[in-house]
Design a protein around this ligand. Structure first.
Ligand code: TMP
Length: 212
């Protein structure tokens, strides 16, 4: 049996790290073998590409350059880490994946959806996540959490308008594909957020065990 592939998405400061910690505990309590990974990154080469993408720099980064770098990292990540794990029956939990490209490089940067579709079909093909959890928070709340961080990357430093487009973009992904993309209201208390994640994981694992 091929493993299940779950991606976690959300704007800056949406609480992905805490959510991943909780998902990990859930997987362990259900004796599911899994790997945790992230994008951009996940392999040594893809992590080097991540640095190229996220390091703040003087030179303006061209939109096409940014787009191609995220897909270059993704090609490596899929070939070297995600596909081999799924083939072994291991579940893959990725902190961000393809939806981030549609949202950041597409919606927020104004990238052409047709180009994104072509890259997605070439690089990702059928390896789309089986499920995606979007952690949704109002931009102001996300930004409040991010400013408390010591280190801010090149994209954290983007404008409020950019981050608003990111939030809208993820909500659009959920409306376009509600079966795969589930929205978690991450502005609530920690317990309430974890409860929503747990409900989604229970629902998904029930659906998937019916597929066997
Ligand atoms: P994060 O993992 O700490 O959220 O940082 C990753 C950053 O990379 C985040 O700002 C979103 C951005 N990103 C893209 O712009 N496009 C992508 O396809 C992915 C996976 C991430």
């Amino acid at each position: 049996m091929r493993g299940k592939f779950i991606s976690l998405e959300g704007g800056e400061g949406s609480g992905k790290t805490t959510a991943i910690h909780f998902i990990r505990q859930w997987l362990e309590s259900h004796n599911i073998s899994y790997i945790l990974t992230r994008e951009p990154g996940g392999t040594p080469l893809a992590e080097e590409i991540r640095q190229l993408i996220l390091t703040p720099r003087e030179e303006p980064v061209n939109n096409a350059t940014e787009l191609l770098l995220v897909f270059a990292a993704r090609a490596q990540h899929l070939a070297e880490k995600i596909q081999p794990a799924l083939d072994k029956g291991t579940w893959v939990i990725s902190d961000r994946f393809l939806d981030s490209s549609y949202v950041y490089q597409g919606k927020a940067r104004g990238g052409d959806t047709k180009v994104l579709d072509q890259l997605a079909s070439w690089v990702v093909g059928d390896n789309k996540p089986d499920a995606t959890l979007v952690l949704d928070v109002p931009v102001e709340l996300g930004q409040e959490r991010v400013v408390q961080r010591q280190h801010q990357d090149r994209l954290d430093k983007e404008s409020v308008l950019f981050h608003q487009k990111v939030r809208d973009g993820f909500l659009e992904c959920a409306s376009a594909d509600p079966l795969r993309v589930r929205v978690i209201d991450a502005s609530l208390s920690l317990d309430a957020v974890q409860k929503q994640i747990e409900d989604q994981l229970m629902q998904l694992s029930k659906t998937w065990s019916g597929d066997e």
